[in-house]
Design a protein around this ligand. Sequence first.
Ligand SMILES: Cc1cc2nc3c(=O)[nH]c(=O)nc-3n(C[C@H](O)[C@H](O)[C@H](O)COP(=O)(O)OP(=O)(O)OC[C@H]3O[C@@H](n4cnc5c(N)ncnc54)[C@H](O)[C@@H]3O)c2cc1C
Length: 464
Amino acid sequence: MPTYDLVVIGGGSAGFNAARTAAELGLRVAVVDDGRPLGGLCILRGCMPSKTLLYAAEVLHRARQGARFGLRIPRADADMRALQARKRRIIGEFAAHRSRELRTGKFRLYRSRARFADPHTLLLADGRRLVARRVLIATGSRVSQPPVPGLDRIEAWTSDDVLDLDFVPRSVLVLGGGIVACELAQFLRRIGSRVVLVQRSPQILGDHSPEAAAVVQQALVDDGIEVFTGTRIEGIARGAAGGVSIRFRHAGRRVVRRAEHCFNALGREAATTGLGLDAAGVRCRPRGQIDANRWQQTSVPHIYAAGDCAGPVEIVHVAIEQGVLAARHAAGMRRLRPIDSSLLLRVVFTDPAVAAVGRTERELAARGARYLAASHSFADHGKSILMEAGRGYVKVMADARTGCLLGAEIAGPDAGELIHCLSGPLALRSTVFDLLRAPWYHPTLAEIVTYPLEEIARRIDRKS
Ligand SMILES: Cc1cc2nc3c(=O)[nH]c(=O)nc-3n(C[C@H](O)[C@H](O)[C@H](O)COP(=O)(O)OP(=O)(O)OC[C@H]3O[C@@H](n4cnc5c(N)ncnc54)[C@H](O)[C@@H]3O)c2cc1C
């Protein structure tokens, strides 16, 4: 039986980066992946296809707003077939590149499905067995089916279906108010669908502040999306004349909405079914994700878990960091540092976008931290005014005594790019004073960051 120092199950963002790292560190490594094609969620059905389509929808939206810029653009429509052809070409190239990297890496690739026979033996679907000194589980996630009455009896779309649409649906009911729900609801609306978004909790984008969520919610409403938050869904059913209908309680009354299609964007869960975790003795958390410590070791120390299957967040840069950390730990590298949760970076690619890095104000308040917060509105900023992009704000949080950055939040144009003005300095433990020594070019969107930095600096100077 082939024996390896490390067998990685799953060749997505976490698994591929772990395998590459471990092989470079001299381990004998194998990757097992049965995905067809190879590539992982980010490339095939996640970040890259969604951002390709969202960007196209944003261009379409700008074209339709031509009159605001003094432009005459008589007509702008989505050509869904062309949109899909472009997406397929772009994604195809990324996937081909990843596939090449997996096939030509310094590790052996097995194109099969793996499960544990025991803590050191993996059984492949094609009958082969691999012996592993250590194992990394990086099997990703899949769409979950929450217990919404009737949801299991209709054929709801998943994000995979929405990303593959080659026609403009007349109307879509979007269930959920998380990142994928908001991003794709806006995409659907902008290509021409009537969209109703129904969210159970009182706020969309629950991982972000109510202030940031409100900016996005207003933009969705202004785009023409009907948004309901704080609902209690009573039932979903197939309509007599086709389509679906949903019944829910909202603000003390019963609401009924009908649409041609339903998009289930209620969330994802760890893809661990059939992995034989029991045979390996690996424990999961109550929500199904694999329990891992700060080195990504599971309850069985020679078995690691990284990426969506381990959580606690489903974000590519975290999946990569976790995979690399697990590989280094498995290789016995010394002086490793666990992943620093105080640097977590999160982006929502709606228009306007939302991005946050580091501690949120909610976290800082809960920890009793002594911090100062200052914000500045895009409505009062030169570059965003000339871009007709005055919605939203930039907010910076810093230590009240030293001015050391603690976190930042941006809701507004290009927030996903702008947040990187602050994520690097945050990682380097910079202060607002350090950042104000840097040159900030005028007129740029980025220079808006200097206003909250200056305000915090002034408040600290006044006290000292
Ligand atoms: C619509 C959408 C948009 C997103 N947008 C963003 C974004 O903009 N930014 C961001 O950071 N994140 C985004 N994400 C999340 C991001 O895609 C994931 O966090 C990331 O891809 C997870 O990587 P992974 O390595 O954990 O899993 P995956 O990439 O899913 O890899 C898992 C691999 O394991 C293989 N596998 C599973 N089980 C087995 C088995 N038993 N045997 C063998 N192989 C197996 C699968 O074939 C797959 O290749 C998005 C997700 C979705 C759904």
